[in-house]
Design a protein around this ligand. Structure first.
Ligand SMILES: NC(=O)c1ccc[n+]([C@@H]2O[C@H](COP(=O)([O-])OP(=O)(O)OC[C@H]3O[C@@H](n4cnc5c(N)ncnc54)[C@H](OP(=O)(O)O)[C@@H]3O)[C@@H](O)[C@H]2O)c1
Length: 258
């Protein structure tokens, strides 16, 4: 690998699909100074994605790949060790990996213990423990940043307004997991700002991906592409005006209530 010592090192979890993948491509195209580490729970899928980017996207920035399953502690430890060995520091962590296996059906209105467990393992325990494992590397950065990819479905303020758009939307375990993730942002910001960290909760909008296993329906409804979510991630990384940090932001830069 060419020297990355002067580059901005950016690690994106769940970067093999959807918003994570588009963010990886957009960040690489934003600057030749960006080095993007693709986090892949499935290494062979990650290798395929990386080969495809190199062959078709002519990225300005550089890439590498790390295996990371947000639900597996040994995978998190191994990923942290690999990043330590390869780079010795991390500038930006994007906690993007997430799942929403619930359905918009009455049977899923009150989830089972196993549904809660699987969603919280990936969406809450994963980003909490990944951040913890990578903190020593982030502390080596001159300008450490963490972006936690959440959802406005996790907003307690939004669901408390019963007339608001999406207040009646289902997915209770997913919603609770994103509310917990928002607390992680607030907690991290309180404790890490003294070390120069900037931290965001980012809502990427309702976009076409495989999150709900309903890509075709999202396309039919005319939902926006996940590239629009990647634009907001680039704006945060580039510290464009309006993205102050320490709070929850909509993909177009507007601050949202927690
Ligand atoms: N799409 C939306 O409308 C929307 C709205 C609000 C918030 N979000 C949030 O945006 C983030 C990205 O979602 P998406 O819409 O891009 O979904 P997606 O298309 O399903 O992609 C999710 C990514 O996360 C990875 N992933 C899943 N479980 C993992 C685990 N245990 N460890 C590591 N990686 C894992 C997936 O890996 P594989 O490639 O191996 O499947 C995939 O790369 C999520 O946090 C989601 O909650 C999405």
């Amino acid at each position: 690998m060419a020297s990355t010592s002067d580059k901005q090192i950016i690690f994106i979890t769940g970067a093999t699909n959807g918003i994570g993948l588009d963010s990886a491509i957009h960040l690489a195209n934003a600057s030749p100074n960006n080095h993007i580490i693709i986090g892949a729970r499935n290494l062979s899928k990650g290798e395929k994605v990386l080969a495809d980017i190199q062959a078709t996207k002519s990225p300005k920035g550089s890439f590498s790949l790390v295996q990371l399953d947000a639900t597996d502690d040994s995978s998190i430890t191994a990923a942290a060790q690999q990043l330590q060995k390869d780079f010795g520091r991390l500038d930006i962590l994007v906690n993007n990996a997430g799942i929403c296996p619930e359905n918009a059906s009455p049977e899923d209105a009150w989830p089972s213990r196993s549904t809660y467990r699987s969603i919280f393992e990936t969406n809450v325990f994963g980003p909490s423990l990944i951040t913890e494992a990578l903190l020593p590397l982030l502390k080596q950065s001159k300008a450490p940043k963490i972006i936690n990819v959440s959802s406005s479905l996790g907003s307690i303020a939004a669901i408390s307004d019963h007339d608001a758009a999406f207040s009646g939307a289902p997915y209770p375990a997913y919603r609770m997991s994103k509310a917990a993730l928002n607390m992680l942002t607030a907690y991290q910001y309180f404790h890490l700002k003294q070390f120069g960290f900037k931290i965001w909760t980012y809502c990427p909008g309702y976009v076409v991906t495989d999150l709900g296993r309903d890509r075709e329906q999202r396309e039919k409804l005319g939902m926006e592409s996940s590239e629009t979510s990647a634009v907001g991630i680039v704006e945060i990384v580039e510290e464009e005006e309006g993205w102050g940090g320490g709070w929850v932001y909509w993909k177009e830069g507007e601050q949202l209530p927690w």
